[in-house]
Design a protein around this ligand. Structure first.
Ligand code: ADP
Ligand code: MG
Length: 479
């Protein structure tokens, strides 16, 4: 068949898929796929790894089935081709194609076995067996575990990727795994949980948690003392290397160089690398291109601000930890008023405890209201989606009916997204109900809007200023 056929068919599939899942899942699981041929109703797509293939089969099989049926008809089938990467010769990859037990395939087909990854057969010259016994303090805080990390829509993807990597360090497609989010949303907790979990399951693995700032100062020390070799040799011993807050490496060329070498050696030896950043990888400034491209090798997942239910669950976990109990209305009050940051959520709880002890007062709604004045600009009744729409449109000087209309003009789309963002952030409404208020859009549009606004706030200071101003106005409108 002509070349254009399979790409066009896949494009069509992507359109359907895009409408059915959120942007982040789409980008993670579908953008990396390449269509490679279409023969007799069998579309073959290339996926980056066996793990990737398994994930698709586990999570998206019915969506894929539906999509293939829609584009190729009832006879349509899908086959996968899995790339086996040769880590030693960069850029080269071997496509191994095999029929799989995929979408419309006969279930009697035997499961496929993974071709041996060539790089594993090559011994790593740096790991000298004797040295493995060296004990290295992993620098982990035992309180940060998966068990007390509350799962919610906002962190599900990051959490499950982290968990998969922790159970099979270095053996999944999530290498490196890069978790990014605004500050205070659980990155450090989650990556430390990986370390603790690995230590529990594989006590002999050498795990190291290091903040990028500390890594930089270690490197600077090493340069000063002329023992770069020791520095590098030390990092070569690590089986699971967790580097927190890599955005600190920005503009640190020499340190980036050293990190690049460590990264390559560990990755080649199938050691697990775990990274976090306050900034999405695509927006990192002051980084060498080759390092950015390494960051994109594995999986990057974002943690979004927790939704109401997750905030409630987090507060419950923290109360249990502190051994306290608060009236339900107080917890609800906090969860309603502190919306964008888990660290602040914890801070509010601690502050409430402190005030109650200092003033010898029962913790009740009145005390909570008083305390909250330090945390948020206003103590609010619930704001409505309508009033959010009105305030956003007034502020941006856009006719209010436009946010509910079909128009795709840029400034209208943006106003709509901002209003959706605040509706999610400041009301208890479900994604579905928010979508309904905006001319019957579906929940994925709302998720996309929230993500877009969050992304823009990170990259665009001016935009962020507008959002903060709007937030102030919306909060004030209710007090
Ligand atoms: P970041 O590294 O993204 O700035 P942290 O990991 O330091 O954020 O998280 C801030 C605080 O919030 C920590 O005390 C952490 O335990 C807590 N936290 C964040 N997310 C969760 C969650 N999903 N469940 C429980 N606690 C959380
Ligand atoms: Mg952190």
């Amino acid at each position: 068949m002509a070349e254009v056929d399979y790409t066009a068919v896949w494009e069509k599939c992507l359109e359907i898929i895009k409408d059915n899942i959120n942007t982040q899942s789409y980008q993670t699981w579908f953008e990396p796929i390449r269509p490679i041929r279409l023969e007799k109703n069998v579309l073959t797509i290339q996926v980056p790894s066996q793990f990737f293939y398994e994930w698709l089969e586990e999570h998206y099989v019915s969506l894929l089935r539906k999509t293939i049926r829609q584009t190729l008809g009832a006879e349509g089938r899908l086959e996968y081709s899995v790339i086996v990467e040769n880590n030693f010769e960069e850029g080269k990859s071997y496509a191994v194609s095999f029929p799989t037990s995929s979408v419309e395939v006969n279930p009697k087909n035997p499961p496929v076995s993974m071709p041996v990854n060539i790089s594993r057969a090559i011994p790593n010259p740096f790991v000298i067996p004797g040295l493995k016994k060296v004990s290295i303090d992993p620098q982990l805080n035992p309180a940060y575990t998966f068990e007390n990390f509350v799962e919610g829509e906002s962190n599900r993807m990051a959490r499950s990727a982290a968990y998969a990597a922790a159970m099979k360090p270095g053996q999944t497609a999530f290498n490196p795994i890069l978790i990014h989010s605004n500050s205070g949303l659980g990155k450090t907790h989650l990556v430390q949980a990986i370390g603790n979990q690995v230590k529990m399951n594989f006590p002999n693995k050498i795990v190291l948690y290091v903040n990028a700032e500390k890594f930089i100062s270690q490197y600077v020390e090493a340069v000063k003392d002329k023992n770069i070799t020791d520095f590098l040799n030390f990092y070569r011993l690590i089986d699971v290397l967790i580097v927190d807050d890599i955005h600190f490496l920005s503009d640190k060329e020499k340190t980036q160089d050293a990190f690049f070498h460590i990264f390559n050696e560990l990755h080649q030896a199938n050691k697990q690398i775990v990274l976090t950043s306050d900034i999405p990888p695509k927006d990192l400034k002051g980084f060498e291109e080759r390092l950015i491209s390494r960051f994109k090798w594995g999986l990057s997942a974002e943690i979004l601000p927790p939704e109401y239910d997750t905030r409630m669950a987090i507060l419950h976990v923290k109360m249990r930890k502190e051994g306290i109990e608060l009236p339900q209305e107080v917890i609800e009050y906090i969860a309603h008023n502190i919306t964008s940051n888990v660290r602040e959520l914890e801070g509010a709880l601690v502050s409430l405890l402190a005030q109650s002890t200092l003033n010898r007062k029962e913790i009740d709604l009145a005390l909570a209201r008083q305390m909250m004045k330090n945390f948020v600009r206003s103590v609010s009744k619930e704001v409505s989606i309508e009033s959010i729409q009105k305030l956003v449109c007034d502020y941006l000087k856009i006719p209010i009916d436009q946010v509910k209309a079909k128009t795709r003009k840029r400034e209208i789309v943006q106003a709509r997204q901002i209003a959706m963002f605040f509706s999610k952030e400041m009301t208890k409404s479900s994604l579905k109900s928010i979508g309904m208020h905006f001319g019957g859009r579906d929940h994925s549009t709302v998720i996309h809007a929230v993500q877009t606004v969050n992304d823009l706030m990170v990259t665009d200071k001016e935009f962020k200023g507008h959002i903060e101003e709007l937030k102030k106005r919306i909060s004030m409108s209710t007090s």
